[in-house]
Design a protein around this ligand. Structure first.
Ligand code: BES
Ligand code: ZN
Length: 637
């Protein structure tokens, strides 16, 4: 693709009042040569300055961008470093004099352009962003190669020490802007590239990436990878550990350490059904295989949609397949996110809102509407709670379209992007009807596959397609949802009779009208149990907690969502018998979604001594994403 063409095309669009993103120049629109020459060089430069940019990357893709990565790397557990060379094929505008990449605490050892030593400079570090690496280009340059070493404290990486007979483990978490802590790269979601890699890891470990993967451990610890579909840098991923491979379907397998492989293979035995259901809804799966890697419990998220290989927390292994919605969610990202990608982190809701919607559709297709409506009810509750929590402090953060410039993009990871996003998409579905909506959605994914999408362009697209009819457009009220605060009045309502029954049972139990023995806990599925426990009154007494624990042995549950809801209430009630489990849980598990409410509950109930004592022990095992949040919450120096 000719980049000269892009900036001119951008100029032309800007003259018509439309902002275009840098980093997703491949718009599919075109402009004629005469239009191009009509614009002076100066006008072009000015227009280029006005482009909507990704504020979280130093890259200037309109000048020079990467298109393919060839990575050679060595993973060293002793020094906790990844070292190697990243060689990029590049595309440049005809007058490009440099290419800019993102780095964060990388040591750059040498740079070549087309095989010749090149001049480069590392700019000043900026908070959250790291340092720009500017490489001088010779005319017509085709390839840039950067040799480097990562920092032992690199934020993307978690090095898990060997323990007893457990081998060490390394995993990366690149989203949102942490890829640059382990590889110099144009780290913007609007910039895509294909890749291949040669990676060396210690003997006895398997290396896995977001790419075509091995299925067995190589005796020399040498692995080769290929990703032939273009992806943005936040989907670059690497893991190394003593893992086994177990096929669970034609296109699906699980990878896990030997002690978990059996349980994981059972728990996710229905993955292929989810994949088939997803394809039935929105079109062919674009990534060939869909495998799942079970990570150490320190993984800071539930799941991460690395292409071809979702990374997941082991806390979703419940023994009864009750937490597979998370797999449906990560699988859904194979369309919303990995295929059509938020162009900047201000547009994060385009990734997550669609994905929650699609997750629920997959769950409905495989497990029925009763289950998916229970999930939607829980999603609604999460949303209402989130709006309550942030609308006074920071009302702008309740808009779908965010303004994260100067901030950590992680701040955008709230229930707004996920659940307000979900209800907005659901509103559109309900307004136009499911049949029309599904057809539109398939079209949308097909039209923008392997491209970036920003909120404004999405709104334009909606207005000329799904919402072209003025009365439909008015009924939806895009502006209120996307650029307005809180929950608009036309938010769809969810009705789940089963959840209503739980609410009624809880009210009756709290009023003393129903005894503990009469509660139908045994008949409840996970969603119902979770609803009951998470809605217990904050001041539930120790006596009543004891009654529930005696009746249901909740502390011994294998379902970590239920255990979590129980422990949070135990902290609020001061129910001490749960504290040993709380402590061991917090030391073992690093999933931020659990940590934040548990530590916060201790803080809010004047149990800071306990919080700090546990945190001191647990902190060295957590990933930087989790310590970032917990340090702030607990005012840890
Ligand atoms: N892509 C996200 C995780 C993420 C978001 C990492 C932003 C870093 C920055 C992933 O798909 C996700 O949403 N995970 C959720 C699970 C889901 C079922 C809501 C999680 O980990 O809790
Ligand atoms: Zn997600």
């Amino acid at each position: 693709m000719n980049l000269n063409h892009i900036s001119i095309q951008t100029t032309a669009l800007l003259l018509f009042g439309t902002a275009l993103l840098c980093g997703c120049g491949d718009t599919g629109e075109s402009s004629s040569a005469s239009e191009n020459s009509a614009l002076s060089a100066k006008a072009q430069r000015i227009a280029a300055m006005k482009q909507v940019t990704d504020h979280h990357s130093f890259a200037r893709p309109e000048e020079a961008r990467i298109t393919h990565l060839s990575w050679d790397a060595n993973v060293d557990f002793d020094t906790r470093t990844i070292s190697g060379c990243a060689t990029y094929d590049i595309e440049t505008s005809s007058d490009a004099e440099r290419i800019i990449l993102d780095t964060h605490e990388l040591t750059i050892e040498g740079v070549t352009v087309d095989g010749q030593p090149a001049t480069f400079a590392l700019g000043e570090a900026q908070e959250h962003l790291g340092r720009p690496l500017t490489v001088d280009l010779t005319a017509g340059a085709k390839q840039v190669s950067i040799c480097y070493v990562s920092d032992p404290g690199a934020d993307a990486l978690l090095w898990v020490e060997a323990q007893g007979d457990q081998a060490p483990f390394l995993f990366t978490q690149s989203q949102a802007i942490l890829a640059r802590t382990w590889i110099p790269v144009q780290d913007s979601p609007g910039i895509r590239f294909t890749y291949e890699a040669n990676v060396r890891v210690p003997q006895g470990l398997m290396a896995l990436m977001s790419a075509e993967n091995p299925t067995a451990i190589d005796p020399d610890g040498r692995y080769s990878f290929r990703m032939t579909q273009p992806i943005p840098a936040y989907l670059l991923a690497l893991a190394a550990g003593e893992v086994e491979y177990r096929s669970v379907g034609q296109r699906c397998a699980v990878y896990a350490v030997p002690s978990l492989i059996e349980d994981a293979a059972y728990e996710f035995g229905e993955m292929e059904d989810l994949l088939l259901a997803a394809e039935g809804l929105y079109g062919t799966y674009a990534w060939e295989r869909y495998d799942l890697l079970i990570l150490p419990a320190a993984f800071p998220f539930g799941g991460m949609e690395n292409p071809r290989l979702t990374f997941a927390t082991p806390t979703i292994i419940a023994g009864d397949r009750s937490l597979v919605a998370l797999v449906a969610h990560e699988l859904a990202h194979s369309w919303s996110g990995n295929l059509v990608t938020n162009a900047t982190w201000d547009d994060f809701w385009l990734n997550e809102g669609f994905t929650v919607y699609f997750e629920q559709r997959i769950m409905e297709a495989v497990y029925g509407r009763e289950i998916s409506e229970m999930l939607a009810t829980l999603s609604y509750q999460g949303l209402v709670d989130e709006v309550d929590a942030i609308q006074d402090l920071n009302p702008d953060d309740t808009h779908l379209k965010l303004h994260l410039q100067g901030r950590n993009p992680d701040d955008g990871m709230t229930a707004i992007a996920y659940d307000k996003g979900y209800f907005f998409i659901r509103l559109m579905e309900e307004t136009v009807g499911r049949e029309r909506f599904d057809a539109w959605l398939s079209d949308y994914f097909a039209t923008y596959a392997f491209k970036g999408m920003d909120t404004e362009r999405f709104v334009d697209y909606l207005k000329t397609t799904l919402l072209a009819d003025p009365s439909t457009l008015a009924a939806v009220n895009l502006d209120a949802w996307i650029y307005g605060p809180g929950l608009p009045p036309n938010c769809p309502t969810v009705s789940s009779p089963r959840i209503q029954n739980v609410d009624a049972a809880l009210a009756a139990w709290e009023a003393g009208e129903t005894s503990t023995a009469d509660l139908p806990w045994k008949d409840w599925v996970y969603q119902e149990r979770y609803r009951f426990l998470s809605n217990l009154a904050d001041d539930t007494s120790v006596e009543r907690m004891t009654e529930l624990d005696d009746a249901w042995e909740i502390g011994g549950t294998g379902n970590n969502e239920i255990l979590f809801a129980w422990m949070e209430q135990a902290v609020r009630s001061g129910y001490q018998p749960a504290y040993p489990r709380l402590e061991s849980f917090l030391i073992e598990v690093g999933r931020r979604k659990f940590l934040t409410p548990l530590y916060r509950a201790m803080k809010e109930t004047n149990q800071m001594d306990m919080a700090l004592a546990i945190y001191k022990q647990a902190r060295p095992g957590y990933h930087a994403v989790a310590t970032g949040t917990m340090d702030e919450l607990l005012a840890w120096n």
